[in-house]
Design a protein around this ligand. Structure first.
Ligand code: E4P
Length: 207
């Protein structure tokens, strides 16, 4: 199991990387917007310097069309570094971008996944990671456990090199379920990790 931080909050990344076994960092455009007015690339480079060169840093494209996604990816790889995992939504335009980026040897994460078939297509297109949105699926009455289990089963059956990077969590129980369903990796807001170890019953027991 690997834990990633789904945040662009530099202080939180510093603090939680020091405490927890953090394997990397993810963000998306709304997470970045939460940081307010900031130089985006300087900010991403700062995250890289906190986590170090060996850990995956996943950054999302904002363009909606393939050509724009390719340009966004090129800018990320130039202005941050070549090791960035370019997060691409698995849409019609996105799947084409995933194929093209993989042909260029770029690390790619297929994101905004709400169905097993969407994940299968991203795997077949070569995505290194796929990000099923656990809480959002649950809110829609979908079965995130079953969808993650189906993705894990295809990876096992056909030896895809793809990793399931489950995302969109609102509590630790959802993270448990994603891991149990077969996700190798989960990305979450640091408050979820902090909540696990700061429950009053733990503090009381220790006291
Ligand atoms: C990460 O890759 C996703 O963008 C993120 O986890 C979505 O989370 P949300 O459903 O809380 O917006």
């Amino acid at each position: 199991m690997k834990y990633l931080l789904d945040t662009a909050d530099l202080a939180a990344i510093r603090r939680f990387c020091d405490i927890f076994p953090v394997a990397g960092v993810t963000s998306n455009p709304s997470i970045v917007n939460k940081e307010g007015k900031t130089d985006f690339f300087a900010h991403m480079n700062e995250i890289r310097s906190i986590i170090g060169p060996g850990k995956p840093l996943h950054i999302q494209v904002t363009a909606l069309d393939t050509e724009g996604m390719m340009r966004d990816a090129d800018t990320l790889l130039t202005k941050v570094d070549k090791e960035v995992y370019v997060k691409v939504p698995v849409t019609m335009e996105g799947i084409r971008a995933i194929k093209r980026l993989k042909a260029q040897g770029v690390h790619v994460t297929g994101t905004a996944i709400y169905s097993s078939q969407q994940g299968f297509l991203a795997m077949e297109a070569g995505a290194d990671c796929i990000a099923p949105y656990f809480n959002r699926m649950e809110n829609m009455g979908l079965d995130p456990d079953g969808i993650i289990a189906a993705l894990a089963e295809m990876i096992r059956l056909y030896h895809y090199p793809t990793e399931i990077l489950a995302a969109s969590f609102k509590n630790a129980g959802q993270v448990d379920r994603a891991f149990l369903a077969g996700a190798q990796t989960a990305t979450m807001d640091p408050s979820i990790l902090e909540g696990v170890l700061t429950q009053p019953h733990i503090t009381n027991a220790v006291a």
